[in-house]
Design a protein around this ligand. Sequence first.
Ligand SMILES: Cc1cc2nc3c(=O)[nH]c(=O)nc-3n(C[C@H](O)[C@H](O)[C@H](O)COP(=O)(O)OP(=O)(O)OC[C@H]3O[C@@H](n4cnc5c(N)ncnc54)[C@H](O)[C@@H]3O)c2cc1C
Length: 365
Amino acid sequence: MAVSATVAVAGAGLAGLSAAWELSRAGATVVVLDAVRRPGGVVVTERPGGPGGPGGKDGFVVEGGPDGFLAAEPDIQELARDAGIGGRVVDQLTSGSSLWTGRRLEPLAEGQAAALLGIQGVSRSAIDCGFRSFATGMADLVEALIARVGPAIRPAQGVTGVAPATRGWRLSLTGGSTLEAEAVILALPAWIAARLVAAAGVPAARRLDEVIYYPTTAVSLAYRGDQLATSLAGTGFVSAAEWSGVVRACSYSWLKYPGRAPAGHALLRAFVAPVDGDPGAISHTELAAILGLAGSPLWTRVFHWPRGLPRYKPGHAEHVAAVRERLARLPPLAIAGAGFDGAGVSACVRSGRAAARGILDRLGR
Ligand SMILES: Cc1cc2nc3c(=O)[nH]c(=O)nc-3n(C[C@H](O)[C@H](O)[C@H](O)COP(=O)(O)OP(=O)(O)OC[C@H]3O[C@@H](n4cnc5c(N)ncnc54)[C@H](O)[C@@H]3O)c2cc1C
């Protein structure tokens, strides 16, 4: 189906990029607008490269946001194949995780770690199938999509308003410019989409900002292999609720996926509660006690997510469905992403592609 319409996608996270890819494949003229300079949303992979690179980080792959996806979830893997990087999907190398009780690490049954971390909507059978990632990090997929969607992506152009126009919608952008499009996909965090959709003519959408985004801080820490007192096994540990420390969970990133650290090195990733002081130093102190680490880390890298993973209140799905029903009466305008259809990366891909297909149907070409 060739579509001549211009579709504006607000948000260049995984949901928005997946939508843009689906639209451009169908021949639509797509413009992707993001408020910030770096596309990818919460997907951030750093690969400090090249001999003599800064801070001795050469050869590490550092994830700031998601580091993988459930192997049982097809959507992200289908998209990877469609985008030509199916061969870059890598399996998790280890399985099993532990519980830090405050005194010792005890083995956890499969699936228990997800429950302790409060991850919503993941079945036990899906967890049993394990996790996957991409050869040089989650940004592999973002980069493949950017390469295919191309210059249609306009960084540092946030959408501040959406109003009806003669043919479709008029978007107000940061800096005062406007853009007209026959159709719009808002692949934005729920609290931002809530305001825009309400102003566009669906007042009930204001309640979408009831989705709570929890703050989290992800701290990557690098060590030489000989700094580990014992050889670690499994994917990492989760801390018991009673533990009074700040490290809520820790991934053994270099054991979990291939190529995350150079030979003879270890890479940990801790998720920590909000702290006063340097999260890198505080995480190291706790991890040194829990895992028996000697000396100081080679380096630490901290990613703050003031609004990280979304969690839905009861009735969320019904409310999103009601908003979509109202949207169907307006010129083509869709919502997509973690704020609405599931927080996992695969759910975001599915949501973005579904929104694009819905828009293509509405445009009817
Ligand atoms: C620390 C962390 C770890 C995670 N780990 C995992 C994991 O291991 N596995 C997993 O499956 N999921 C994980 N998740 C969840 C998953 O990564 C996200 O839910 C998903 O990537 C969100 O994609 P999105 O496109 O919906 O939103 P986002 O990635 O948030 O993208 C939204 C985009 O909208 C842009 N934007 C905001 N306002 C405007 C505006 N006004 N105009 C234009 N653009 C705007 C933003 O700049 C951003 O680029 C993790 C999340 C976090 C934070």
